[in-house]
Design a protein around this ligand. Sequence first.
Ligand SMILES: [Zn+2]
Length: 282
Amino acid sequence: MKYKKTIIGIIFVVIILFVGILLTQPLLIKAIQAKYKSTDHFLVLKKDSRIRYEEPAKKNALVLAEVLTSSKSDVERILNSTFKKPIEVYVCSTQEIFNEYIFLSENVRGAVYWGKVFLSPGAFNRGSLTDLVQHELTHYLFYSHTGEKAHIKDVPLWFREGVAVFVANGGGNYTEDTDIYSVMKSQERKAYLSRETDFWFKSNDPRDAVGKNGTVNWLLYRVGGIFVHFMHDTHPEYFDNLIQRLLSGEKFKLAVQASYNKSIEALLKEFTNYLQAHNKQG
Ligand SMILES: [Zn+2]
């Protein structure tokens, strides 16, 4: 009995600390809410059972059905791999509902979260739906091989996004009749060479991918994506090998070293030299 008060006191302090930690981590709360938010009310599209939709978004679900199969095979062809799990795409009826599943951002059009691909109404009225679906399916293909944890932990953010941009651009075809330098906008070259984008190649904070207005920071995506094109174009067979290693769960740095026989830092340096040499040529 003597210790009862002390024990109650300790439990009380622990609860206060726990609540305190939670309250200072709003993202953590949102992440937990998003993970357990049910998708049971989504209806299965008759035409394509991989597509689930909220009733008001049926029209968009039908539009998606037109491009899903070809997008899937494009991703598989470009990455020389297949999906290990069936695809599930959830078409949300409002941006607000989408944001409850994808807690990081406010105006993003699509994302993969806990093994589900989500699309917002913006996917159907801003930009190319096919590009976006290929981008998200690339994330999903990696997820289907390595799972959520390995996918996030072992492949840096810039490469996860960069390879998705690479695929949505059409893979190697993007630079078939030209070179990397000329597909880059001068703003993109400037940003990379001025080292403005250096942090992107080191960041693992998904919030860095989103700008102040809640939309994706396209400059970072483009610069990272173009560097992935560079990695591909210098040695397509090494690149292929790298993708297979990553899909088998190998850690990024080791996989790059094993497939290219050099470090990612050395490859970035090569990219810098390549751009500088072109700049001098004018
Ligand atoms: Zn992405």
